[in-house]
Design a protein around this ligand. Structure first.
Ligand code: ZN
Length: 430
């Protein structure tokens, strides 16, 4: 099922020709209209006429969060302020927010991309979509809302939380699709269970679009089983319109990134050097259609890889692997790049392991992983603990290509923090 078959199935040569044309137009426009880019292009000694092939994108300067913050609020606008229609912001962990403007064309275009995403998973105008993302300055809810309306769905702007109300809406309006974060989806599944509601019997739910936070394949399966639905992975970022940048098709094997709208690169997060398809690195995106606020080579800080080869659906837009972490979380241990999420994935796949763990770096690159046992993880036999310890060490070695020490601790003994857990303690004397 296609929303825009001509574009979604466009032959690679034609798609790349379209990308080049749009890239050239974007570079020309920012060079004319945006002083920050005039300065950055001059520093990189690149002129718009130097962009003759798609590979020339590597000559362009990166755009970072610092560029967005330092030009706040309107410094990256490429249109007069009167031609903008909507403002969203994106909050970072520190300092001022990033201001993101949409023109009328940008609002419509973002909705078009969402429509492609929804229809590709089988959504039609007969569906009822309950949008459980936060409405407001955050792009997540509104952009999805407009796209689902374009498809013709009945959209319920429920927002997150208030599970009693969510349940009432799902029952009374026969909601078939939800748009939700993985953490709220898991919470909702628990809530329904406590209420004695069997989603398969009592609700009309069929699908969930889950995004806005990284999550694992295990979490997908958990949500699917608990709610009796199909879960599709969705990727977006406010700097690129919000949701709808990349989305899974019915085959659920990676997210098609809409390459007529975004030029995609994977780079080494440390050096910024481009990496070939299949290698894991930082996603870098250039907008090809944005009118109000085009961005060149935006460093997303999200870690992923391109899945090589064609998808069974035959769409020609390449697929991204799920986001496996943030570049800012990357650790370098003995020259190897490691993401705490890799360690978490190994630990969480073992039933004897509890929820809490800690990575401690000391001395000259010594890594120790402190692992809390599950309540039921210790039966009193020391040899079982020794076996578990070496199993964890083996798996961590295979996953991270380093040799961490593993230290097992009783349940509830590692510090618990409110909110974001502090997983890494770096006491290295480097
Ligand atoms: Zn596909």
């Amino acid at each position: 099922m296609f929303w825009d078959e001509k574009i979604e199935m466009m032959e690679r040569g034609a798609l790349e020709a379209l990308q080049l044309k749009r890239l050239q137009a974007t570079v020309r426009r920012v060079a004319r209209k945006v002083p920050r880019y005039q300065q950055k292009l001059a520093e990189s000694r690149v002129q718009p006429r130097d962009i003759r092939s798609l590979a020339d994108v590597h000559r362009l300067p990166f755009t970072t969060n610092a560029d967005l913050r330092e030009t706040y609020p309107t410094g990256l606008l490429a249109v007069p302020k009167d031609d903008t229609l909507r403002l969203h912001t994106s909050s970072g962990t520190t300092g001022k927010p990033k201001a993101l403007f949409f023109s009328a064309k940008d609002v419509d275009n973002a909705a078009e991309l969402i429509a492609r995403c929804l229809v590709m998973t089988g959504v039609t105008k007969r569906d009822v979509l309950q949008n459980m993302m936060t409405y407001g300055l955050f792009t997540g809810a509104l952009v999805m809302h407009y796209g689902a309306e374009k498809v013709g769905c009945l959209v319920i702007p429920a927002g997150p939380g208030n599970s009693e109300k969510q349940l009432l809406l799902m029952q009374d309006f026969r909601t078939t699709v939800i748009h939700v974060t993985p953490s709220y989806a898991l919470y909702l599944a628990d809530f329904l269970e406590k209420k004695g509601v069997d989603p398969r019997r009592d609700l009309a739910l069929r699908k969930a679009f889950v995004g806005a936070e990284p999550y694992t394949e295990e979490t997908r399966r958990k949500i699917e089983q608990a709610l009796g639905i199909d879960v599709y992975n969705s990727y977006g970022l406010s700097e690129m319109n919000g949701p709808g940048v990349a989305f899974e098709c019915e085959h659920k094997c990676g997210m098609h990134l809409w390459e007529d709208n975004y030029l995609l690169e994977i780079v080494d997060p440390k050096t910024g050097e481009p990496l070939p398809d299949g290698q894991t690195g930082e996603l870098v995106l250039t907008t090809l259609c944005r009118e109000a606020m085009p961005l060149l080579r935006y460093r997303s800080r999200d870690i992923t890889s391109i899945i090589p080869g064609p998808c069974p659906c035959a769409r020609t837009h390449r697929r991204l692997h799920r986001i496996t972490g943030r570049a800012d979380d990357m650790l370098t241990v003995r020259g190897v790049n490691i993401y705490p999420q890799q360690i978490e994935r190994v630990l969480m796949s073992l039933p004897a392991v509890g929820r809490n763990y800690q990575i401690v770096l000391e001395g000259l690159d010594e890594m120790t992983v402190n692992v809390e046992l599950a309540e039921a993880g210790f039966d009193g036999h020391v040899e079982h603990l020794t076996r578990l310890q070496s199993e964890i060490a083996d798996r961590l070695r295979a996953e991270t290509l380093t040799k961490p020490k593993v230290h097992l601790v009783p349940p509830g003994t590692l510090p618990v923090s409110e909110g974001k857990a502090k997983r890494v303690i770096d006491n290295r004397s480097l």
